[in-house]
Design a binder for this molecule. Structure first.
Ligand code: SF4
Length: 309
């Protein structure tokens, strides 16, 4: 069985920074350190940090007054920020700088007097954060049908922003629907939104030209991992999301000789290795890495953690 690995795959700079912030906070402050929401959407990462003394909460009400509290990579609303201040929490913000860029862009559009349309998935924590960062009118749409249903005059000045981890192609279709319906629309170039989302999606499309089956290593609640699986399916390749090697069903492999493997931006290499090891138990394997973009992007840590190692 030949395994072909997508390049790039796995951790992005925003995830590396978020995990680094929790680890450095644990080194600097006494455990426990509190983290609002899963720091990144991966159970293995969360359990690993729990074992080191991180406590994960969904509500700030569960954090003792004054405790060190980290906001996850997905970002938070202004209301959550204000709540943290009123509880006198010592906040470290692990919001990915690219999510912050979307927040800032949305607010700038709002300040220009435009109604903002956020393209994203209802209920996703990043979407809730972004909706809660824009002070003026803002509407969430998931797809073209939602655009048609918006209760707005067609000459309303509109600006759109998007969730960072959406399929670039799906976003394009929704943006076309917005531009088709409204007469005055501005927005950013979608390929600039998140380099990691763009690169992983491009790599998976390339990988699908060479494989008979696609395995995406990632968590069920990871938006970008789900998008990678969907792209595989759109390319006509049977595609499955697996948290680790235990999720592999040997029936998927029947008659397949070339298997593609990629990983979502929140999935660590150790889980990719686990998937490879599980496949190697079923059949002899050879591994090839597809040529692709080498990512060199890193994001700066909060200044108070720079001296901690
Ligand atoms: Fe940031 Fe993109 Fe990674 Fe999300 S996927 S954490 S936006 S770099």
């Amino acid at each position: 069985m030949k395994l072909i690995l997508a390049q790039p795959r796995g951790f992005c700079a925003g995830v590396v920074r978020a995990i680094d912030i929790v680890e450095r906070a644990l080194a600097k402050h006494e455990a426990p350190v509190y983290v609002r929401h899963e720091i990144v959407h991966n159970r293995y990462v969360v359990e690993n940090l729990k074992a080191k003394g991180a406590r994960f909460v969904e509500e700030l009400a569960d954090v003792p007054a004054g405790a060190t509290t980290i906001f996850s990579a997905h970002g938070v609303s202004r209301a959550v920020e204000a709540d943290a201040a009123s509880r006198r929490l010592n906040v470290l913000d692990a919001t990915c700088p690219l999510v912050t860029k979307v927040h800032n862009q949305g607010q700038r559009y709002s300040d220009l007097g435009r109604t903002v349309i956020l393209i994203g998935h209802a209920g996703h924590v990043e979407v809730e954060g972004t909706l809660g960062r824009i002070s003026g009118p803002v509407h969430l749409v998931e797809d073209r049908d939602d655009v048609e249903r918006l209760d707005l005059a067609d000459d309303t000045p509109i600006a759109y922003v998007t969730q960072t981890t959406l399929s670039v192609d799906d976003t394009r279709a929704t943006i076309e629907a917005i531009k088709g319906r409204f007469s005055d629309v501005i927005g950013p170039e979608t390929r600039d939104i998140c380099y990691a989302t763009q690169n992983r999606q491009t790599a998976v499309r390339k990988l699908c030209q060479h494989v008979e089956l696609l395995l995406v290593v990632g968590a069920a609640n990871s938006s970008n991992s789900n998008r990678l699986r969907e792209i595989g399916a759109e390319c006509g390749i049977p595609s499955y999301l697996v948290a680790d090697g235990r999720d592999i069903d040997s029936e998927w492999l029947a008659g397949k000789h070339t298997i593609g493997i990629t990983a979502g931006a929140s999935a660590p290499d150790v889980l990719v290795d686990d998937v490879i090891a599980a496949l190697a138990k079923l059949e002899p394997i050879e591994i090839e890495a597809l040529q692709g973009i080498e990512e060199k992007i890193t994001f700066r840590l909060p200044p108070e953690l720079l001296e901690v190692s």
